[in-house]
Design a protein around this ligand. Sequence first.
Ligand code: GLY
Length: 376
Amino acid sequence: MSKPAEIIVIGGGIIGLSIALELHWRGLAVQVLTRSNTEAATWAAAGMLAPQAEGIPSSALLNLCLWSRSLYRGWTAKLSAMTGLDTGYWECGILAPKYQQLDELNETNWLTVAELQTYLPRTKLSSEVVGGFWLAADGQVDNRKLYQVLRTAAQIANIEIVTDIEVQAFDQPADRIDQLTTNQGDFSASHYVLATGAWSGQLLPIPVVPRKGQLLALQVPDIHNLPLETVLFGEETYIVPRRDGRIVIGATSEDVGFLPGNTSAGLQELMAKATRLCPPLATYPIQEQWWGFRPATVDEQPILGDSPYANLTLATGHYRNGILMAPATAQLIADALTQVTSDHHHLLAHFSYQRFANQKLFPGADATQLCRTASA
Ligand code: GLY
């Protein structure tokens, strides 16, 4: 039987589950509350581990992403050993073809079209490609498989996951949260972690908003003869081949709130951009189409660590790279909650919610006001 929770993690996506498991491994009793939403980035994402392909400039964000990428092999191996399940982690590298030659500064690793094609022996790139880059250390994980693996690992660890639950309010008479009001009654613990992705702004006035992405998947005709064995990250599309013969194509980026659904314009855009880069894809059957909501912040960086409440920690706003940042986020949040000072501790200060108050990106908001507003 599980112990009463010391910590409740609100949100059962990849970020929430990764944190819950890490806290469990460090000896804490954790409970997870989740709505299990397929519109969440966990399910909707393409699973690229692509700090370099995404072109994240040199910054604390890049450091966090590179560190997290470096944790992936060991972290997924541990999860697979625990569960006997495959996460689809694949150090497949990412090819970044370009339609135009970039400026000279960037061209030290520039590859010709012929050199690019050596990474794609079975598929010809568009004749519009003039060259590009090979990013050997970027890769992918199958985010849906990883999610199932994390759920199974949590189950094996006896972490209680309460599903189909909606947290409606924080009950906080002062600067601490006493309990959570939910559609399944009240829940309480000594400490809470908010990891509700694109929906975080609905519980606290923190600047996290949804950024919709539409995606689709093709099915290769012969899974014993995969046409692509590396991710293609083009200037206007990405194409992510899975080992099981799916090819995920993404993604639109739309500021439409939580407006659901695939649109004709969205799907046409995806197919046009993908087949421009890789024409043979035009003949493959469409297997699935879907959409989801990235958790975007004003500066497109996550919000990690302290909150206006003494017993609430934030782990949200991962925007385009939540799958990538999951293992490092889990380490940072678990370090914070177990008072461990690691080499990466300084990142928490960088990603604090307070940066928005200080920069007045969130007009008039400071810690006290955030606290008061959330109690309204
Ligand atoms: N990481 C890719 C995307 O968010 O579309």
